[in-house]
Design a protein around this ligand. Structure first.
Ligand code: SAM
Length: 363
């Protein structure tokens, strides 16, 4: 489904919003969004995409139509300006398949210095992002505390309509804290997120975020790897990029999303072209096979002949072997969870035997 190609002006607010998209918001995300404020969130945030600007300073945000929406809460909204300005991601934004909006946390600090951090209780290094500005930023985005969402889901407010709205909001939205302490962000998580309507990402800084924000508002903590970044912005960009490319229509060639590292098992992919067996092989949780292009010979190394002989079935077999070989070499732990056929297992055995023999020769 592709929504809201028309843009129309909200005269009193001077921002742009999408008519159809607004309908989707009303019907889909409901009270997660503060209706009357449509087009005005994050007015000091960063608009990402090419919806026409309506004037104002360059940090002013506008809303771009799209099927999936990412809201990023950050003290550096400008960080995202360049990140999504290239390639597939930028095209998806331009085509209105995805909306990304960065919101300046400091808009929700109310002292003269726009303070968003404070010293940690119990002492220790650094500063911690305070809970009040973050809670206010989330509420301004229509994100209610989890308890309130759950109450609604249970229908404690009585109204059946609100009950289903709350349940739908729970289903279609995830509020995520980027954190080195989080669950590891993998292709599987990206797939889960790509099925949602809205993802709200909170970027920590300094020593992190007051844990009560996590407790009260967040559905999950996500880490992009076992290392510590200086802020959640890079992590948020990674999550948006990897998730976005799994949204139908974002990749020019629908099939290309299937044939990648960590992708679907071959048996799950049904894309033979006009009866011609495809030359690609689904990864089934493995790493991708290596790619080659012209010239056929470079630096004294020839591209594998098998790729140039036009025998699709043979190419496909060779590529499977390469997927196994790469995974065995670089990420052997992936083999444990991968979808492997009897033939795969035989090839792995052969490769392991080869490795052992090679090792013995060397010693
Ligand atoms: N004290 C924290 C710890 O040891 O877990 C690290 C804080 S880090 C300097 C500041 C912020 O960067 C975090 O709050 C988080 O938002 C982000 N961050 C750091 N490493 C990350 C990772 N691996 N994945 C996602 N976010 C990360």
């Amino acid at each position: 489904m592709r929504c809201g190609r028309e843009l129309s002006r909200v005269p009193e607010e001077g921002h742009l919003f999408a008519v159809d998209w607004r309908k989707r918001v009303t019907a889909g995300l409901g009270s997660c969004y503060p209706g009357p404020k449509i087009g005005t969130w994050g007015t000091r945030g960063m608009r990402v995409g090419n919806a026409p600007e309506t004037g104002g300073d360059s940090e002013r945000s506008a809303t771009i139509i799209g099927n999936m929406r990412f809201d990023i809460v950050t003290i550096f909204p400008g960080f995202f300006e360049g990140v999504f300005a290239h390639g597939i991601v930028s095209r998806a934004l331009k085509n209105g398949l995805v909306t990304v909006e960065a919101h300046d946390l400091r808009e929700h600090a109310h002292d003269r210095h726009r303070t968003v951090d404070d010293r940690p209780f119990g002492g220790g290094e650094g500063m911690v992002l305070k809970p009040e500005p973050l809670a206010e930023a989330l509420e301004a985005l229509g994100v209610r505390a989890k308890a309130e969402r759950e109450d609604r889901e249970r229908g404690s407010e009585g109204a059946r309509e609100q009950e289903s709205e709350g349940a739908r909001e729970q289903e279609s939205t995830r509020v995520i804290l980027l954190s080195a302490q989080g669950r590891l962000f993998t292709q599987q998580v990206a797939r889960e997120l790509a099925g949602l309507e809205r993802v709200v990402l909170i970027c920590g800084r300094y020593e992190g975020v007051d844990e009560r924000v996590n407790e009260l508002y967040c559905d999950m903590e996500l880490s992009i790897g076992d290392y510590v970044l200086s802020g959640g912005e890079l992590a948020a960009a990674v999550v948006v990029d990897a998730t976005m490319r799994l949204i139908p229509g974002v990749l020019g060639n629908e099939a290309s999303g299937e044939f990648e590292s960590f992708g679907a098992a071959d048996a799950e992919i049904d894309i033979d072209v006009l009866g011609v067996p495809r030359s690609q092989h689904g990864a089934g949780g493995l790493l991708d096979y290596p790619q080659y292009t012209r010239p056929a010979e470079f630096g004294g190394v020839r591209a594998p002949e098998v790729l140039m002989n036009g025998d699709h079935a043979e190419i496909r077999r060779w590529r499977r072997g390469q997927q196994l070989k790469k995974t065995l070499k670089n990420r052997p732990e992936l083999l444990e969870r991968a979808a492997l056929s009897g033939e795969d297992l035989r090839m792995i055995e052969e490769m392991r035997g080869g490795e052992m023999r090679g090792g013995q020769k060397r010693s």
